[in-house]
Design a protein around this ligand. Structure first.
Ligand code: BMA
Length: 315
C-alpha cells in the first residue's frame, strides 16, 4: 500500500481567497432573492468583465442575471435577468430553473451553456450573443439528466467540443466529452474522468471554461466527497487534458485546490460547497476563479496559472 502524500507547506494554498469575499450577495440583486452563486464570467473583447449570475428567487426558481465590472472584482447587476424563450418547447422542458451558466468565446461569438431543469429532469441549453448584451436562444444540446456543460474556446480537430456531466444510474456522475460540427448535432462522446480513488469521491463535473496551456487544457472542475450522514462536500480540483484529444488526462491533482473552509462556504442554502462555473486568465498569468459559496453567495479566488498547471502534476 503506497504511503499517503505529505504536502509541503508552500503547496498548501496556491489559491488565495479574495479577502473581501463574498463579492456578491442577495442584497446586490435588484429584486428579492435567496442567493446569488455559481456564476459564469468572461472578459470580453473590450476588456470588461461580464458575469452571468445564478440568482435564486424566493420561490426557488433560478434566473441567469448579467452583471458588469471594470476590474473583475466589483460587479453591478443589470436591471433584468436574461429572458428565456416563451415557446411550447421551452415550457415542456423547463420550469423556470436555469442555472450554472458557463460562457465561452469561440471565433468572436459568445456561447452560454446552462442547465435547464423541468419535469423531465435537467438538460443543457445553449444561447449565443455577439456582445454579451443581447442573448439569443439556440437549442438544447443534450438529452435529459445532464448538467455542467461547458464549451472549449476553440474547435478541436474541426469540431466544437464540450465537457459535461451526465448522471449515471447509481447516483454517481463524472466528466464526459462530446463533439459537434454545428452545435446542434453531438456525438463521439467519451468518458474523460471518473471519480478519483485517492479522494474516495462520489462524483465530479466540469467547472470553468478549459484554459489552453502548453501542457494541455487546464480544467478547473468540482468534485464531491461524502462525509458521514451522507453529507456531500463540494471541492474544486484541477486536471490537464490532451490538447488534441481531451478524453485523455495528462495529469490530475491528487488533492483539491480549494475546499470549503470559510463560514461563507460552509453555511448557507447548502452546507459545505465551493463550486466554479468561470475563470478569467489575466495577461500577467493570474487566474481569477469565480465560485459559489454554500449555494448562497458569489466568491472570488486567485491563483497563478503556472501553479495550477504544476498542481496537476505535483499536488
Ligand atoms: C450540484 C449542482 C450545483 C450545486 C451543487 C451543490 O449538483 O446542482 O448547482 O452548487 O450541486 O448543491
Amino acid at each position: 500500500m503506497p504511503q499517503p502524500v505529505i504536502y509541503p507547506k508552500d503547496k498548501e494554498m496556491i489559491v488565495k481567497r479574495y479577502p473581501e469575499n463574498p463579492i456578491l450577495t442577495k442584497d446586490d440583486v435588484p429584486a428579492a432573492a435567496k442567493g446569488i452563486y455559481n456564476s459564469g464570467c468572461i472578459k470580453t473583447k473590450d476588456g470588461k468583465y461580464v458575469m452571468l449570475c445564478r440568482v435564486e428567487t424566493p420561490s426557488m426558481k433560478q434566473l441567469i442575471w448579467p452583471a458588469d465590472s471594470n476590474d473583475g472584482i466589483h460587479f453591478t447587476l443589470r436591471t433584468e435577468p436574461i429572458k428565456m424563450p416563451d415557446t411550447k418547447e421551452f415550457e415542456e422542458y423547463t420550469s423556470g430553473m436555469y442555472y450554472d451558466p458557463r460562457v465561452t468565446e469561440i471565433e468572436g461569438k459568445y456561447y452560454l451553456v446552462f442547465a435547464c431543469h423541468g419535469k423531465h429532469s435537467c438538460r443543457l441549453g445553449l444561447m449565443e450573443s455577439m456582445d454579451m448584451k443581447k442573448f439569443t436562444w439556440r437549442n438544447f444540446i443534450s438529452e435529459t439528466d445532464n448538467r455542467n456543460g461547458v464549451l472549449f474556446p476553440e474547435k478541436i480537430n474541426g469540431y466544437y467540443c464540450r465537457l459535461d456531466r451526465p448522471n449515471t444510474g447509481d447516483g454517481t456522475g463524472y466528466i464526459w466529452v462530446s463533439y459537434s460540427p454545428d452545435l446542434v448535432h453531438w456525438g463521439q462522446s467519451k468518458v474523460v474522468a471518473m471519480a478519483q480513488d485517492e479522494w474516495g469521491w462520489k462524483k465530479n463535473g466540469p467547472g470553468a471554461v478549459p484554459i489552453r496551456t502548453d501542457k494541455g487544457w487546464l480544467v478547473i472542475f468540482h468534485a464531491v466527497n461524502v462525509q458521514c450522514a451522507a453529507q456531500y462536500v463540494y471541492h474544486i480540483g484541477v486536471m490537464l487534458l490532451d490538447l488534441k484529444d481531451p478524453s485523455t488526462i495528462i495529469a490530475r491533482a491528487k488533492a483539491p485546490i480549494l475546499s470549503p473552509m470559510m463560514d461563507y462556504e460552509l453555511s448557507g442554502l447548502t452546507y459545505a460547497v465551493v463550486f466554479t462555473c468561470g475563470a478569467v486568465v489575466e495577461n500577467n498569468g493570474e487566474v481569477k476563479i469565480y465560485y459559489g459559496g454554500a449555494d448562497t453567495v458569489q466568491c472570488l479566488a486567485t491563483a497563478k496559472l503556472n501553479d495550477l498547471v504544476d498542481a496537476c502534476f505535483n499536488r
